[in-house]
Design a protein around this ligand. Structure first.
Ligand SMILES: *[C@@H]1O[C@H](CO)[C@@H](O)[C@H](O)[C@H]1NC(C)=O
Ligand SMILES: *[C@@H]1O[C@H](CO)[C@@H](O)[C@H](O)[C@H]1NC(C)=O
Length: 274
């Protein structure tokens, strides 16, 4: 709060710059101060920018302070957005995470990954890698109560009744998008994960690309990524292993697993079919 105010105080460098400009300006016009009347004008002229600046600084400080009293969109990343699933909001917590997996160069110019994720998600396919992805994305469709369905989707909720699951099923988008990414990973290894090249497969693949595109654009992560100089190759290269502000994924995963088959799981209500 005071940080915002302080940046508008007369001692800020921005304000000093204005004053410097003013002094330079006045030095160029020394004759203005020659007569008494001119002198009064000069005083007003000298103080007018100060008065205007103080006026705008006060207005700005007021606007900044009053804006802080209403919930701002960007305060909700760590709490919850209106569009997050209501009952899951308690599981939303932010944390700073240093990314890993960025490439680097050995002295012999060979590219390598200095800090791979301790859990293996990439590389030559293996049962272990498949399991790592499974752990991220399995049990992601949960049943919710009728009341939760109505609160979430309004009167449209009736369209989401699933007669085969006997409930209102919901998946949370982080898991759906991870599943998309895993599907794309598998497409690089058609011998191991054979997929028929049908219009449906291509449509599904394009859906995944579109999903990831929108997901990334939606998150709008503006973490600065530097480029580091590597002597061996005499060039700079992106250093993507930076600290990002994230939602604590484990909390989201645990919440969803609990709602899937823990004590808070919603049971299916099978409608009588006769
Ligand atoms: C942010 O949270 C507040 C309070 O929970 C809520 O009223 C508001 O709609 C949320 N804003 C967004 C953009 O989700
Ligand atoms: C380059 O150096 C690394 C580390 O010293 C080594 O593991 C790798 O085999 C080398 N690669 C080549 C092509 O010499």
């Amino acid at each position: 709060m005071f940080g915002a105010l302080k940046s508008w105080s007369p001692s800020s460098p921005k304000y000093m710059a204005l004053q410097d400009d003013l002094e330079v300006d006045l030095q160029l016009r020394p004759r203005i101060a020659s007569s008494p009347i001119d002198s009064r004008k000069f005083i007003i002229l000298q103080f007018l920018p100060w008065m205007l600046t103080t006026f705008f600084a006060t207005i700005s400080a007021y606007l900044i302070l009053s804006a802080r009293n209403v919930p701002k969109c960007n305060d909700n990343f760590s709490t919850a957005y209106a569009t997050d699933f209501g009952p899951a909001k308690s599981a939303i917590e932010f944390q700073e995470v240093k990314f890993n997996g960025g490439p680097s160069f050995y002295e012999n110019k060979t590219l390598y990954i200095p800090n791979p994720d301790p859990i293996k998600y990439v590389g030559e396919p293996s049962a272990q890698i498949d399991q790592s992805w499974e752990d991220l994305t399995d049990n992601r469709y949960i049943l919710i109560t009728e009341e939760e369905a109505r609160d979430t989707w309004g009167e449209e909720y009736v369209e989401f009744w699933d007669p085969y699951r006997g409930g209102y099923e919901v998946g949370l988008d982080v898991f759906h998008t991870l599943h998309c990414l895993n599907n794309m990973r598998k497409m690089f290894y058609p011998d191991i994960y054979p997929a028929r090249d049908t219009p449906d497969t291509r449509l599904h693949r394009d859906h995944c690309i579109e999903q990831l595109r929108q997901y990334i654009m939606c998150s709008g992560d503006m973490t600065p990524i530097p480029t580091r100089y590597f002597k061996s190759v005499d060039r700079n290269y992106v250093d993507s292993d930076r600290v990002h502000t994230c939602r604590n994924f484990q909390m989201l995963r645990d919440w969803t697993t609990e709602r899937h088959h823990g004590i808070s799981a919603v049971s299916a209500i099978f409608q009588s079919t006769n």
